[in-house]
Design a protein around this ligand. Sequence first.
Ligand SMILES: *[C@@H]1O[C@H](CO)[C@@H](O)[C@H](O)[C@H]1NC(C)=O
Ligand SMILES: *[C@@H]1O[C@H](CO)[C@@H](O)[C@H](O)[C@H]1NC(C)=O
Length: 270
Amino acid sequence: MLSLFLTAALVANTLAAPAVVVGPRADTACTREALKAHAATLIAAQTAGKPDSIVALTGPDFVYTEDAKSADLAKGVLTLPLRIDHSRSIYDTTQCATYSEIISTDPKNPRVVGTQMRFDSSASKLTKIETLVTMQGDWLFNATATNMYASREDTLWTEIPEAQRDSRAVIQAAGDAYLDLFNNKSTVVPWGTPCQRLEGGAYTGRGSPSDSCNVGVPSGVPIVNRRYVIDEVLGTVDAFVTFASVPDSHEFRVEKGKLRLVHTLTVMRK
Ligand SMILES: *[C@@H]1O[C@H](CO)[C@@H](O)[C@H](O)[C@H]1NC(C)=O
Ligand SMILES: *[C@@H]1O[C@H](CO)[C@@H](O)[C@H](O)[C@H]1NC(C)=O
């Protein structure tokens, strides 16, 4: 009798549950503002060389990798104070994630760092950080050049008016087409014009309205294990990938479905 009663109560509770849970409450959703604040915390931590404020955000099953290898957040790149010359972040409220490009030309420790941070659905706890730390010895590394070209593009990586924004799917597809091209020359890539590619410290832009990113890529290179951060407001997708066998980031600015800017980071050191 008692167990029947309990069962009935449990069933009633279960049935009642959906009526109570009406989707994420506004104050616990993943907001752009929360993601911006977290990216700012990351930049401040890197500037100070103090990981504490980021460590304080980590959740119970937090995962950290540096150059695609498991590492200790409290002992990683955030312990290195960097005089940051330039940084730019994107915000993915759907996946509750950020990507930041961080450039330091400090002659003591020149670095170009790419960091993806992933949070729980309320943007309160970090579930994962993946970071790629490029320096001397990495693909076309030259922090001075990267800073010069990236800074010059500040007026291009701007918010896109709402009516002109592409969907997440369109933005990702443009980036994927570019990445697919390395292993399939038949891939139709939505090239935009002008388009500039910043690959390590090497820049394809000549400041001409006909600048193209269709300047050739190697062939027979599978680009796999793609982890995306997508920001429709900034028309940008960043993908952390395995480029043949090495850790790499490709970030794309997409406008009206077409590629306009490409930034890459590739870790070559073992
Ligand atoms: C790095 O780039 C800067 C700016 O383009 C250039 O002046 C410098 O020679 C480059 N350094 C190397 C080692 O290539
Ligand atoms: C290469 O790309 C073309 C065009 O998208 C596609 O039709 C074809 O199936 C692809 N080939 C392979 C091997 O994936």
